[in-house]
Ligand binder design. Sequence first.
Ligand SMILES: Cc1cc2nc3c(=O)[nH]c(=O)nc-3n(C[C@H](O)[C@H](O)[C@H](O)COP(=O)(O)O)c2cc1C
Length: 192
Amino acid sequence: MSKISWKGGALIAPLPPVLVTCGTMEKPNVLTIAWTGILNTLPPKTYVSVRPTRYSYDLIKSTGEFVINLTTSQMVKSVDFCGVKSGRDIDKFAATGFVPEKASIVACPMIAQSPVSLECRVADIVPLGSHDMFIADIIAVNVDDKYIDRDGKLHLERCGLVAYAHGEYFELGKKIGSFGFSVRKKNKNRHN
Ligand SMILES: Cc1cc2nc3c(=O)[nH]c(=O)nc-3n(C[C@H](O)[C@H](O)[C@H](O)COP(=O)(O)O)c2cc1C
């Protein structure tokens, strides 16, 4: 095996292309964000890195709130659309048919079509260069009950979650393991 060495670049893949909603129920906006992830488990903390030129930037900064909405393959065309059109020029909710849904704590809406919406409150803003990183507490998680079974288990594999890799969108594929499976002892009573 041999690797070609390139100069440093933002090439971690896959990433989740999430829809970040901001503003208010009366005047909401939504933009696509791939520079996101989890920073800490307890308390649960996330980040979104946003270019200061985005229309959403001032909305998030002034309200100190946003919602991260996970995206599915059914939503992917609108995910791309919200990442190339600005709320400065159009109402992206009207254009995509996304339905704004009242969040449990924050004033900005969630997207009804999204299977999981995380309500976030900004804790810190870190200017990094091209982007400013909004570090935020995840203060509520809202899950579409159709993905929760009778035992309360969440089945994210049924959502058709989208992954973003090097400029392209993919639907999450088949399950190939689960946390800790590499060291898990086989149940002797099971024959399958
Ligand atoms: C897949 C994808 C990922 C994106 N990720 C980011 C990101 O992490 N940060 C960012 O500032 N813009 C990102 N963008 C660009 C913004 O979504 C885009 O500029 C959008 O039009 C901004 O909307 P607004 O002006 O209504 O805020 C991404 C776009 C796409 C299509």
